[in-house]
Design a protein around this ligand. Sequence first.
Ligand SMILES: Nc1ncnc2c1ncn2[C@@H]1O[C@H](COP(=O)(O)OS(=O)(=O)O)[C@@H](OP(=O)(O)O)[C@H]1O
Length: 347
Amino acid sequence: MINGKRRTADQYVNGAPINLREEAINAGLIPSSYVGDIFRQGCYLYLSNGFIKQKDIPKSSAQILHCKKRLPTAFIIGVKKSGTTTLGRYVDLHENIVVAHNARLYTNRSTYTVEQSVHQYYQSMPYSTEDEITVANFPGYYWMNRPSFLQALPYMPENPKIIAILRNPVKRAISDYRHMQDTRESYSESRRHIPTFLGDDIRSTFEETVLLPNGSINATLNFIQQGMYAKHLSQFVKFIPRKRILLLSGDEFAKNPLLSLRKVEQFLGVKPFYKDDYFVYNKEKGFYCAEIPSRPDWNCMSDLKGRSHPNVSEEVLKKLEEFYKPYNLKLGAQFDLLSSNFEWIRK
Ligand SMILES: Nc1ncnc2c1ncn2[C@@H]1O[C@H](COP(=O)(O)OS(=O)(=O)O)[C@@H](OP(=O)(O)O)[C@H]1O
């Protein structure tokens, strides 16, 4: 609602004016008593009455727009705790992009062939119009789902693109530790001693968790290994040429999402959409939240993002920095980032 006035839902769908409100009511998608705005983006309606968020558009419009599921032409592969989910949400707000959130590939299961897995994956895709591209966002592609992902790549549309968002690996590890601690808290008492599903033994302090008895960093921990970006990204470079890989700084994205999103638009070759006033700093959250008039369904991220981090001793921070240094320098050289906005690479 703007100034107490309900916005009309008239739109042109491939040249033909349609009244989305009337059509959606006639199709039984919303009750006739619905008050609030209705917007359309691609094959979905967005409603702003507080709790109904997203609906498929009526079938008649879907036909005119050639709505169908399409395999992704680009993938946000992670890295976990670097801002992946927020990036996926904000990319999804672009009017020519639809994001498949957390779509997993299961090619390494003995019961499915790669073709069957890709078909299943296709089924899990959102609908898109001919004017939209599909982008899949799942931090697992970088880590536990990586073998399946790389195996399935040849079955994806030609020349796929990859976006990786990378945060200072020391901060990433601390964020991941906090995340795993919280996840474990939610388990019943009897299961709390069990290592995480990736096998990491999470102790009551960060220091105790990451240090071996001899005082060095325990490089066998999954959540420590994930920050060795150069090592793991080199697996992707074997299949995808460097120019089709975009590396974003998670630290920069948190401070200035617009800048990163403009890089994404350019990299994906979609028209410029994001405007200066689309992301507004929210003091309470300490982050930027989306304020896009046509997408009332998305604003700030939930409190699961931006949790406080445990205090970590200077000594352990130093050890971790030293530990990651060779990987950071390798990444900088491999991806030409040494003079870029990735400050932690040069440290
Ligand atoms: N706009 C905005 N709002 C909220 N949070 C933001 C935002 N931009 C970046 N971030 C950072 O995202 C971090 C969580 O990263 P991920 O989304 O990759 O986590 S997850 O892997 O999907 O669980 C999260 O990490 P923590 O602060 O450690 O919780 C945030 O720092």
